[in-house]
Each structure stands twice: as C-alpha cells, then as structure tokens.
Write a protein that binds this ligand. Structure first.
Ligand code: HEM
Ligand code: NAG
Ligand code: NAG
Ligand code: NAG
Length: 621
C-alpha cells in the first residue's frame, strides 16, 4: 500500500506538484484553525483533522455528539438535580442554626467535608496536562516542571482573534483597562471584614508556590515542588537552606533585637535577597523567599514562622534528645507544613468562604476516595490570585500611618513596633474588596497591567471559556458579568463580545456575591486549585499521615491543633494581641481614603541587581 502511494506521488509531474503546493499554501492562509472557535463543549478535546476539519474527543466526559453536547442519561440526571454554585453558596452562608447543628454531628460534618474536597478536586487534571507552550498532550509538558501547568490549553497561534474567533482583532490597551476599571476612586472596604492580617498571610503563603521565573518569562516558575513545601521559609535550593540554617538542634539562624527573635541579616545568612540600594545592611533580613523584603507584612509572617520553627525544634529535642540536627530540622519542617495546611483550611479558607459549615482538615476523609497525591501549580491559579485590591491606601500600625513609600522595603517597621503590635494593628485594619472593580491603589496599577500583558503573552482563553471549564454557565452579557450598566457599557464597546472578555479583568470587575469579597468565578475557579494543592501534599497521603512522620504524638498534636491564634501567641512575648483574619465586630471597620502621599509606591528605588519583577516596576512608577 505505502509503496503504491509513493509511486503515485513520484509519478506526478512538476506542474502538478507546484499546483498542489500552491493550493496547500492558499488553504493554510485562508482557513482558520477550526479549534479556534472552541467547538468542543463539556471538557471535550479539540484536535484538527487536516486543514479544515476538527474532531472532539468526548471520552469519559459524560457527553457525546460532534461537539460533546448531548448528555448521556446519567449525566443528564445529575445535571438536572445539581443545584447551581450560587444556590450551594447561598445555603452554606445562611441558616447558621442549622449549620451549628450539622457541625456537631461528626458523621454528617465528615460527609459534607469529603464532598467539598472531592467535588472541587475532581475539576483539576492530575497528572497535569498542558502548559503555555503545548496545547496538546506531550511528554515535555508533563515532565518539565519549570513550567506552570495550564488548565485550559493556550489559544492556537493561527486564530483570527486573540480569543479565538470572537471579539476584536486587537485587545484593549492594558493601561487604559486598568486605569478605567481597576483603579481605586475611593477605598471600598471588604464586606466580609477581611483584614490586613489575612491579606499578608495570603501574599506570604502563596509566594512559596507562585514564583514566576523572571528570566524565562511568565510561563515558568522557580517553585519546582509545585505546592506547600515551605520553600518561603527554608529556601528553594539546598544551598539556600544550608545558608539559613544554624546547624544546631535543627534550628534556623536568627538575630535578637530588644530581646525578641528576628530573621538574620544577609551578612549572617548570605543568600540573595531583593532590596533597593538605600536599605542599610542591618535591615536586610534574610529569609527563604527572595522577595519578602518587599513588605513588612511579609517579613512579619516570615519572622513568626522562623520563631515557630525554632520553637518546635525545642519541643522535638525534649522528645528526642538522641536526634541529630538534621532529623530535628527535617521533622520540624514536616510539622510546619502540616500546621500551614491546617491553618489554611480551618482559618484562612474558612474565613474566605463565609460558610457557616465548619471546614475540617482531615486527610483520612480521602483515604477511601480516588485521589492523586501530587500537584502542579497552574498559571491560571497564579493569575486569579492577584488580589491586589486587598491593599489599603496606607498601613496603620499602632498610632502610625505609613504611606506605600514609607512602608515598602522598610524592615525598620518590624523593629520599631515588634511582631505583637503589628499583628494587633493588622488584625484591626480592614482590607479592600477584591471583586466589583475600581478598588486598586494607584501604586499597584503597574502590577495589574503586567498581569494582563502576561496572560496575553500566554494566550489565555476567555473568561467564559474558563467558566465553562469549571462547570459554570457562561455570562450572557456584560451586564450579566458586572451587575451594573456603566462599566458594562464601556466594556462592551472595548471587547465587542462577552465571549471575548479576558479572565483577569473579568475576575476583577465581576459583580461580587451579595456581602462577599469575591464574585462567583473567583471562588469556583480558585477553590479547586486551592484544595487540590493542600490535600495533594505528600504529608496527606496514607503512608505519611501518622504520628511517627511528625516525631510522634507530640508533633502530630502540634499539626492537628494548629490555629492562626496559637501560631502567633506561641511566638510573641507578653500578652497575646488580637489575632484574626477578619476585623473583630468590636472594631469600627472604616478606613481612610487615598492620601496624596500614597500615590508613589516606593518601588522605584529598587536595586537594579534585584528581582526583575520589581526592577521593571522601578522604571515607570
Ligand atoms: C503592598 C503590597 C503588594 C505589593 C507592593 C505587590 C507587588 C507585586 C509585584 C511588583 C508583583 C510582580 C508583578 C510582575 O511584574 O509580574 C506582584 C506579583 C504578585 N502578587 Fe503582589 N503585591 C502586593 C500585595 C499582594 C497581595 C496582598 C497578594 C495576595 C495574594 C498578592 C499576590 C500576588 C501574586 C499571586 C503575584 C504573582 C507572583 C509571581 O508570579 O511570582 N500581592 N506583586
Ligand atoms: C458543532 O460546532 C460547530 C462549530 O461551532 C457548528 O458549526 C456545528 O453545527 C456544531 N454541531 C452540532 C451537531 O451541533
Ligand atoms: C524546560 O523547558 C525550558 C524551555 O523550553 C528549557 O529551557 C528547560 O531547559 C527545560 N527544563 C528541563 C529540565 O528540561
Ligand atoms: C521606615 O520606618 C521607620 C520606622 O517605623 C520610619 O521612621 C522611617 O521613616 C521609614 N523609612 C522610610 C524610608 O520611609
């Protein structure tokens, strides 16, 4: 057969060949890649067939037909009975008396928590599939962990418009978008009373796995563990870790100031840190994450976790006087990873959710379920986590009020106030609402512009494609998205088609749920990534999740009783401050407006040797 075909080809005369070639080129340049229109629904996979055709692979989607649109019977039944995410959210955030009861019946609480975990985690591909350079499955995309993974493959290069076939040929100017729809006019406080203690925890916690590789570009990460590894405490590499370690009793290096423990200086622990040149040597603190000198709020958490590490080392040393430095260090690290996951689920996500249902960190809930103990950080997860509207117009600590310029890269703030007072003040100061638009301090606009540019470079699909991917109904109009008329009218003008609005601007301007910090899309996209990342950690697997992993009962108990409050209170001298992720009801929740002195971020004075992401900021702000 093969030979005959070649024979025939060989028999074609030159003119024939030329014509064929020409026809090929013409059809190439005319017909758009048919997958550009995203024809395959319900997570069906589009593959081109020749130059004109496409095929949807509907395998195990529960749907069939040319575009995977016809549900199988059981799929149809499930979809018919399934309440919408907004209904589920409503139920979980109302009826406190019913939930109070449910929370006290372990069997019911466990079943609901198991359902929350599995229903969310099943939306995440595991093992991971695409990345920003591969919109089809490939070994390179699977095996090269320097890439963030992609939940939706990038839009093919040869599509008529950036969003495929819908919308305009050129997308709106990022600077214009940000200044028009994201810039704060007047501070909008978060109705869930989220505070600065939460905001800095979010930034600190996520920057252990959101570490874009500035040298390679937005598609790449330097966080090769792709999850909660506490590399922001211990460093990404063994070399960095060793420079931060004391090599005595498992502890990390530290310095003492006013009788309290702080991170060592870069002279004492010679690791790369990003600081502008004007920062004096004694204020260049060295920690696991290179960029944590940026905000005293980050350095506050770095200090708390440093103290916690050394405290747990002391506890373990009492239990295991025979253990060497290495074993004390390694076991303490596992305990701190466990504490982190416990606090993130039971304090942090609990707060964000607004649920009256009491979330539970219990890996055993998944032991009889299908669940992969692995994780790969998705680029889209990073993008949606750009919660910069949380940031206020100035930072209030005790009786001081810091502008961005005074606050950023200023570790002197820690020494002046001490950890306890910072926690107290951050717990009292309310953060900004994230969704709803127009709530980003001018000092941070450049970050938002860069975010949009990056998502375009990585050829992100539209907000509505992401909504469909996460089983949400696509928005039907711009008013449907924003819930108002003014912004939606201008957005329609700019984007032309609701199916063409981009993911990140969409998330930022989406109408918030009633009384909530976020809109529907942020939660329904974010929660699956988050829970998969937390529960997919190796310490949650059956072979790890046992006391011996954590140095015995004492260590296991530290993990299982960890709270934000004990984390802080075990590590500050004297009386414990207010410690919370929301402004206590007893504290008035108002905050000042933009002060003229806050318009310059202070990001402009960064060391040119420093982190590229900050360097880029420095030229324009
Ligand atoms: C005053 C406070 C803050 C400042 C000055 C700041 C500044 C920045 C800058 C300059 C970048 C790099 C942008 C780029 O060029 O790619 C960035 C990235 C980011 N920020 Fe913030 N930010 C602040 C607070 C926050 C908070 C509260 C969050 C909440 C989670 C957050 C989440 C992120 C994320 C997820 C990234 C991407 C990190 C990466 O890909 O490596 N930021 N921020
Ligand atoms: C499948 O999608 C294509 C492209 O969007 C459309 O033209 C076609 O009519 C659809 N087929 C069916 C059976 O709905
Ligand atoms: C991952 O891909 C990037 C870009 O192609 C390449 O530079 C890098 O060497 C790859 N990493 C590994 C470990 O192969
Ligand atoms: C840094 O903070 C200190 C102490 O709170 C303050 O006195 C100082 O003015 C700040 N530095 C800058 C450059 O604003």
């Amino acid at each position: 057969m093969k030979f005959t075909m070649f024979g025939e080809l060989g028999a074609l005369n030159r003119q024939g060949m030329l014509l064929l070639l020409l026809a090929g080129i013409l059809s190439l340049s005319r017909a758009a890649n048919p997958c550009c229109s995203n024809p395959c629904q319900n997570r069906g996979i589009c593959t081109t067939v020749g130059y004109q055709g496409y095929e949807c692979d509907c395998t195990r989607t529960g749907f069939y037909g040319e575009n995977c649109t016809t549900p199988e019977f059981w799929t149809w039944l499930r979809l018919t009975l399934k309440p919408t995410p907004n209904t589920v959210h409503y139920i979980l955030t109302h009826y406190p008396r019913v939930w109070n009861l449910v929370n006290q019946i372990p069997f019911v609480r466990n079943s609901i928590m198991r359902y929350v975990l599995t229903s969310r985690a099943h939306l995440i591909e595991s093992p991971p599939t695409y990345n920003s350079n591969y919109n089809y499955k490939s070994w390179e995309a699977y095996a090269n962990v320097s890439y963030y993974t992609r939940t939706l493959p990038p839009t093919p290069e040869d599509c008529p418009t950036p969003m495929g076939v819908v919308g305009k040929k050129t997308l709106p100017d990022p600077k214009y978008l940000v200044e028009t729809f994201l810039m704060r006019k007047k501070f909008i406080p978060d109705p869930q009373r989220t505070n600065m203690m939460f905001a800095f925890f979010a930034q600190h916690f996520t920057h252990q796995f959101f570490k874009t590789d500035q040298s390679r570009g937005p598609a790449f990460t330097t966080g090769l563990a792709h999850g909660v590894d506490l590399s922001h405490v211990y460093g990404e590499t063994l070399d960095r870790q060793h420079k931060l370690r004391l090599f005595t009793d498992g502890k990390l290096k530290f310095q003492v100031n006013n009788g309290e423990v702080y991170p060592p200086t870069v002279q004492e622990a010679p690791v790369e840190m990003t600081y502008p040149p004007h920062v004096p040597e004694h204020l260049k603190f060295a920690v696991g994450q290179e960029v944590f000198g940026l905000v005293p709020g980050l350095m506050m958490y770095a200090t708390i976790w440093l103290r916690e590490h050394n405290r747990v080392c002391d506890v373990l040393k009492v239990e295991h006087p025979d253990w060497d430095d290495e074993q004390l260090f390694q076991t303490t690290r596992l305990i701190l990873i466990g504490e982190t996951i416990k606090i993130v689920i039971e304090d942090y996500v609990q707060h964000l959710s607004g649920y009256h249902f009491k979330l539970k960190f219990d890996p055993e809930l998944l032991f009889n379920q299908q669940f992969q103990y692995s994780n790969r950080i998705a680029s889209e997860f990073n993008t949606l986590y750009h919660w910069h509207p949380l940031m206020p117009d100035s930072f209030k600590i005790e009786d001081k009020d810091y502008s961005y310029r005074e606050f950023l890269f200023n570790n002197s703030v820690l020494l002046e106030h001490g950890i306890s007072n910072m926690v107290d003040s951050f717990s009292r100061q309310i953060a900004g609402r994230v969704a709803g638009g127009r709530n980003m301090n001018p000092a941070l606009l450049k970050v938002a512009i860069t975010t949009i540019e990056h998502t375009r470079q990585m050829r992100y699909k539209s907000l509505n494609e992401y909504r469909k991917r996460f089983a949400l109904k696509p928005y039907e109009s711009f008013e449907d998205l924003t819930g108002e008329k003014e912004m939606s009218a201008e957005l329609k003008e700019l984007y032309g088609d609701i199916d063409a609005i981009e993911m990140y601007p969409g998330l930022m301007i989406e109408k918030p749920r009633p009384g909530a910090i976020f809109g529907e899309t942020m939660v329904e996209l974010g929660a699956p990534f988050s829970l998969k990342g937390l529960m997919g950690n190796p310490i949650c697997s059956p072979e790890y999740w046992k006391p011996s992993t954590f140095g015995g009962k004492v260590g296991f108990d530290i993990v299982n009783t960890a709270t934000l409050k004990t984390l802080v209170c075990n590590n500050v001298k004297g009386q414990c401050p207010i410690v919370s992720f929301s402004v206590p009801e007893s504290v008035p929740s108002k905050s000042g407006s933009i002060s003229p002195k806050s318009s310059n971020s202070g990001l402009d004075s960064v060391n040119p040797q420093g982190h590229a992401l900050l360097k880029e900021q420095s030229t324009e702000l």
